[in-house]
Design a protein around this ligand. Sequence first.
Ligand code: UYC
Length: 229
Amino acid sequence: NSNQVDALPSQFARASEKQQKQMIPELIELGESGWDVLMEFLPTDRGSAVTLVQGMVYQALYAAKTPKTQEFLISNFPTGLVPLVSDRGLDYSDLQQLLAEQDFQQADRLTLQKLCQLAGSEAIQRKWLYFTEIDNIPASDLQTINSLWFLHSQGKFGFSVQRELWLGGGKNWEKLWSKIGWKQGNNWTRYPQEFIWDLSAPTGHLPLSNQLRGVRVIAALFSHPAWSK
Ligand code: UYC
């Protein structure tokens, strides 16, 4: 009844994070009154940091693909929730778009391209990164790319997630590869067909970082000042 519906916005706002996550699909199912609750929950000011639940709400509204939710997102969040900050004038709206569509495979390709663009003209030509180039990448750009992956994956993907797992495993690479599904026993996971390109993947599975030339690139990425702030 209408009293129950009226109480939903405050119920949702006061619920625990775990309850909020459970409520999102239920509110989508409910129709317009549920969508209103979710739309109200997204930040109106662009100053504060975006939370994981807000990312999940955005994603649920985006996936609903109804005229009302689409119009709402386009007019209020034309480039998504994450401020697309770049110290190098790069545009991340294409990456935001692919991640909003949950096209993780194309997003992964584009992420490598962005990193090469950030590293410089030699890396663009080469199409892969040299470890000494990582330190020249601005922290703000790495944080933007990472926040996009994180918020569009229910907190599952992103360099910071991989880095935490690496630190938690005592910086042991072999442990990390098996944990994030990049190696099974002695066998490397084959690119691209053996990787999992959706949210059923293990935590930290994406974005990929080719290990053909050794661990120095990913080691430099994990040691970047971007993650210490
Ligand atoms: N590939 O095996 N990978 C490629 C991964 C390795 C290889 C691209 C990840 C092991 C070759 C991406 C893993 C290995 C190419 C990834 C993985 C190997 C290639 C496309 C698990 C052989 C062709 C982007 C760690 C034993 C390209 C790019 C080339 C491509 C990712 C082989 C994203 C995470 C050690 C031959 N692999 N890669 O970087 O450069 O080209 O020849 O890691």
